[in-house]
Design a protein around this ligand. Structure first.
Ligand SMILES: [Zn+2]
Length: 558
């Protein structure tokens, strides 16, 4: 029972609607949590019957009166309720007085909430809302949100930019509106940002660590089950990281002061006076105690062989316009949400914007042979192409899938992700012949870079970590290294191999940047635990506290 991609998309769209969070990016930041308002299972309106009941119960017909009466009396709550009930049965005069009191109290309460809410928003205090009485129902919270003024929006957005170390951007935003800039709150925010700027420390590019993952495991009991997947189960166990492991690592990175940066923040190509290009180290400015880190994820293709094995199936653009994941469980039910690195990291950075330097997230690497992001977009799936591979299941929706993949690509870029090549066929580029490498690189360029990424990709993450040069910068010579020269001509300027032996390995050449990456996978965690290597001791206090106990041990090498 195969379902067409179109039908799948429609179903996912419905699922997304059903799971609509009812929350905007800035709201998530202000509330400091998705969970408070994350509306699982709610309909379009954002209300569930429970909310409705809660709202009407909490609505303070009697509650303000209860409060004012109880202050002067030592009665217990059941007595107070009796007093109220009795009070309501009295004559019309009393009722009118009560109504009048109620009206005045309501006006006062509304005014207090309005002022407090306004001040809280202007101060950018995310805890402000929790200080307000529980009598303030969710519907009232939503009403105050819709009343947010442009000035408040600007100051809230400026606070978010400043939290991500973009102080200049925050100041520029405030000053872009003279009416906002004239507010005392705005002036004090600008003064604060200017003060913080004087304390920033320039990051040493050569000391920046780079960690990487593969697709995260949603269901370890499935993925690591040898009776189902044979030796592949051991491969998953060794190469992959589970979702709880990843989440614990994020917490440790954050608590240790790490901040995600882009490869393009580390260094970038600048045109010199003589017209030549030069790779120039960037100025990453962070407060004392913060340290830059690059994160990447390989093989973000959701390969055919992984289908049904306990991993996300593909990435889509969610209702909020941001990338998210589709996961199909054992019963064939589709779920949309945090089933891989991207949406998990997004939520974490919503909650901790200071984990991201100017909105940087991770770098995602794609091969070509199975398409990207779970869409079978490669020409080898296209029966009308000369390159069609009859061994593959033809994709009759290939054009629609390419369009869908391009949409996700745009959403990923807008969300702070960098995108990279991981070669077309996951070949060892150091070992294969120059001709083979050229053919493979051209296939990737045609099917992924030109077709889906807009032809702008300049990052190469070597499959199997296999570099085309040795450790010396001189091995990346245009005249002596034909492979490097070809890759450079194809537009690559950033090259990442694998080096788990040291906390950081960075090489800024004349016209390239190279960086070693550290695998934080099952096998390497198991080696830390079983051999006490200490290779991750700069990152984690205790790897065994991160290691998912659902893993079969010993974790096999790959
Ligand atoms: Zn790979």
């Amino acid at each position: 029972m195969t379902m067409s991609s179109e039908e799948r998309r429609r179903r996912v769209h419905r699922a997304v609607n059903a799971q609509k969070r009812g929350i905007r990016y800035s709201d998530a930041y202000r509330n400091n949590s998705y969970d408070d308002t994350g509306a699982q299972g709610r309909g379009e309106t954002g209300y569930s019957p429970d909310d409705y009941n809660t709202a009407s119960y909490r609505r303070p017909a009697g509650s303000s009166i209860q409060r004012s009466r109880s202050t002067g009396s030592g009665r217990n709550s059941s007595r107070r309720r009796q007093t109220n009930r009795r009070g309501r049965r009295r004559g019309p005069n009393i009722l009118q007085i009560l109504l009048l009191i109620l009206l005045v109290a309501a006006v006062v309460v509304a005014a207090v909430f309005a002022v407090k809410g306004l001040r809280g928003l202007l101060q950018g205090n995310p805890d402000q809302e929790t200080e307000t009485s529980t009598a303030q129902s969710e519907s009232e919270t939503q009403e105050t949100e819709t009343m947010v003024s442009p000035a408040e929006q600007i100051l809230t957005e400026a606070a978010r930019l400043a939290a991500m170390y973009d102080y200049d951007g925050a100041i520029e935003l405030i000053n872009s509106d003279p009416a906002v800039a004239a507010l005392p709150e705005a002036a004090s925010a600008v003064a604060e940002y200017e003060q913080i700027k004087t304390t920033l420390v320039r990051q040493d590019i050569s000391g920046i660590t780079h960690v990487f993952y593969h697709i995260l495991v949603v269901d370890p009991e499935n993925a690591f089950d040898e009776s189902r997947w044979g030796t592949q189960a051991g491969g998953y166990n060794g190469l992959m990281t589970t979702i709880p492991e990843f989440e614990k690592m994020l917490e440790e990175f954050y608590n240790d002061g790490y901040v995600l940066v882009r490869l393009h923040d580390m260094a970038s190509m600048e045109t010199q006076a003589d017209g030549t290009e030069k790779m120039v180290p960037g100025d990453i400015m962070l407060p004392p105690g913060k340290k830059a880190m690059v994160m990447s994820q390989d093989d973000v293709c959701y390969y055919e062989y992984m289908e049904g094995a306990g991993f996300a199936e593909r990435m889509i653009v969610g209702e909020d316009g941001r990338p998210t994941c589709v996961y199909v469980d054992e019963n064939g039910t589709e779920h949309v949400g945090e089933y891989d690195l991207v949406p998990i990291l997004d939520r974490f950075i919503d909650e901790h914007p200071d984990f991201s330097y100017k909105g940087a997230k991770a770098c995602l690497a794609f091969t070509g042979y199975n398409g990207i992001l779970g869409y079978r977009t490669d020409e080898t799936y296209d029966p009308s192409s000369d390159m069609y591979d009859p061994e593959k299941t033809a994709n009759p929706n290939i054009e629609a899938d390419r369009a869908a993949a391009r949409e996700v690509v745009e959403a990923l870029r807008a969300d702070g992700y960098e995108l990279a090549s991981h070669s077309w066929g996951h070949r060892d580029m150091g070992a294969i012949t120059l001709e083979h490498m050229k053919k493979d690189t051209d296939r990737w360029d045609r099917n992924v870079n030109q077709e889906l990424l807009g032809g702008t990709c300049d990052i190469l993450i070597y499959p199997r970590g296999a570099d085309v040069g040795d450790w010396r910068a001189s091995s990346y010579s245009h005249s002596d290294n034909a492979k490097f020269d070809y890759l450079w001509d194809k537009g690559f300027r950033y090259f990442c191999n694998v080096d788990g032996s040291t906390s950081a390995w960075v090489q800024v050449g004349d016209d390239f940047l190279r960086q070693g990456r550290r695998p934080l996978d099952g096998y390497n965690m198991w080696r830390e635990i079983s051999e006490g290597r200490g290779k991750m001791s700069d990152l984690f206090d205790d790897v065994s506290a991160i290691f998912d106990t659902r893993r079969p041990t010993p974790v096999p090498a790959y």
